[in-house]
Design a binder for this molecule. Structure first.
Ligand SMILES: Cc1cc2nc3c(=O)[nH]c(=O)nc-3n(C[C@H](O)[C@H](O)[C@H](O)COP(=O)(O)OP(=O)(O)OC[C@H]3O[C@@H](n4cnc5c(N)ncnc54)[C@H](O)[C@@H]3O)c2cc1C
Ligand SMILES: NC(=O)c1ccc[n+]([C@@H]2O[C@H](COP(=O)([O-])OP(=O)(O)OC[C@H]3O[C@@H](n4cnc5c(N)ncnc54)[C@H](OP(=O)(O)O)[C@@H]3O)[C@@H](O)[C@H]2O)c1
Length: 387
């Protein structure tokens, strides 16, 4: 089985990113009221950037300037004051807040300084910062941003440098690459869900997903680099190994790359895709492409789960159980199972469903079924890329 990395990986990395162009975009969930998931195509022409299906792209985003301005107003800064930013660059504070500081989630250094400044009036937060209150602190912070705390404690005095010094560096966000260089040379496709929610009476948006979906166009530089998908690799094209791909939501992204690659390399072995989303009509990401692959035999089976098209939630793990006998027979033929998408809820539920069908159709006890899954893991036949 292939675990190789590209042979001539150019030196693009965190310190030396490729500045790509976002050449094309498409809303994949047109008409869906509950969510926005976007398809992006980055132009890599002339860069020599190399990657394999299963790799991710790390993107440097900018914060929303409107949020930076709101923070500046709350602090009484003009925005022109010079500060040393987390990259050790001397820049105007507004630029630092937009480009290099994390200005949404309150981190420990900011909270500690805030409680020191606020004294008794922030003693409840100071208590939560004690090591034995970790869970209570994360409950308190759920949906709470720096701007909320600045507004809650309006009389605190901060200098521009002091404020920037307690903020973390704005970190990259990773996205599973949704295309294969063999099928789409000089391109890198992404499938990005806009993170958007209401908390404390405000609409919040994820930094990078809102940047790419709402604040970029063709002229926006998109600094990026590849992060290798440790072990999330296809078998060699000539290996006749069944491939089962379980990717609800944006978890579909690497499997689009897998199928493009398998199509381009005429890969042997049958394939089965499990996909789940909210509504069949509006959220069936890349459905035309799956139809084409089914017609060509690149895909042998697609099984879908639409969570809100009926009264009861239907998720991919319900479909795994429903198709348990056939899935068990694929496992016994040596299939590799790939899982991508939500780590918190979906991946554990899918894991349980796999254990259940192995027990039910393999005639195994709970312990034997766990040992079977463990052996699959050791044999690299159960590979997960979850976030
Ligand atoms: C290997 C890997 C591959 C990935 N691939 C993809 C991909 O292909 N497509 C994709 O869309 N994403 C993918 N992700 C996730 C992606 O990296 C980002 O985490 C995601 O886009 C959110 O980033 P953001 O900057 O928009 O949001 P952020 O600014 O980072 O905000 C997200 C944070 O907001 C908070 N939050 C979210 N919802 C709520 C809520 N309802 N209430 C309160 N707080 C909330 C949580 O603290 C959450 O951590 C991947 C992650 C990894 C590690
Ligand atoms: N922190 C969290 O709680 C959380 C949860 C989900 C996603 N996320 C993050 O949100 C981003 C985008 O998510 P996404 O758009 O890719 O899709 P998603 O939110 O994972 O949703 C895709 C589909 O999976 C369904 N789903 C929900 N719970 C599930 C479960 N336990 N098992 C199987 N399927 C389940 C959803 O149904 P319903 O929505 O109808 O229930 C939806 O139909 C990702 O970065 C992901 O990590 C975070």
């Amino acid at each position: 089985m292939s675990l190789e990395t590209p042979s001539s990986r150019p030196a693009f990395n965190r310190k030396n990113p490729l500045v790509a162009k976002i050449a094309r975009r498409k809303l994949l969930t047109e008409g869906c009221k509950e969510k926005e998931t976007w398809h992006f195509e980055l132009d890599l022409q002339g860069s020599g950037m190399d990657f394999l299906p299963g790799d991710s792209l790390a993107l440097f985003a900018h914060n929303d300037p409107a949020l930076a301005d709101e923070i500046l107003a709350a602090l009484g800064f003009s925005g022109d004051e010079t500060v040393t930013d987390p990259n050790k660059q001397e820049v105007p504070v507004r630029q630092a807040l937009i480009e290099s500081c994390s200005i949404t989630a309150p981190e420990k250094k900011f909270l500690t300084t805030l409680t020191e400044k606020a004294g008794e009036s922030a003693s409840d937060i100071a208590t939560l910062l004690q090591p034995d209150h970790k869970d209570a602190l994360s409950n308190y912070l759920w949906g709470l941003e720096i701007i909320d705390l600045l507004k809650k404690f309006p009389s605190l005095e901060w200098t521009p440098q002091e404020f920037v010094s307690v903020l973390k560096k704005l970190n990259v966000r990773l996205y599973s690459i949704a295309s294969s260089l063999k099928a789409k040379p000089n391109e890198c496709h992404l499938t990005v869900a806009l993170v958007q929610y209401e908390s404390h009476g405000r609409t919040r948006r994820g930094v990078c997903s809102s940047w790419i979906a709402q604040r970029t166009d063709e002229s926006t530089p998109a600094p990026c680099f590849i992060t290798p998908g440790k072990g999330f690799r296809l078998p060699e094209p000539e290996e006749d190994i069944p491939v089962i791909m379980i990717g609800p939501g944006t978890g579909i992204a690497p499997f689009r790359a897998f199928l493009q690659e398998r199509d381009a390399t005429n890969a042997k072995g049958k394939t089965w895709l499990f996909f789940g989303e909210i509504h069949e009509q509006t959220c069936f990401l890349y459905s035309d492409e799956w139809d084409d692959y089914l017609a060509k035999g690149v895909l042998n089976k697609v099984t879908t789960a639409w969570s809100r098209d009926q009264a009861e939630k239907v998720y991919v793990q319900h479909k795994i159980v429903e198709h348990g006998a056939e899935l068990w027979s694929w496992l016994e033929q040596g299939a590799i199972v790939y899982v991508c998408g939500d780590a918190e809820r979906m991946a554990p539920d899918v894991d349980k469903a796999l254990h259940d069908i192995i027990a039910a159709h393999g005639g195994k006890s709970e312990e034997e079924s766990a040992a079977y899954v463990e052996q699959m893991r050791k044999d690299k036949r159960y590979r997960r890329d979850v976030y």
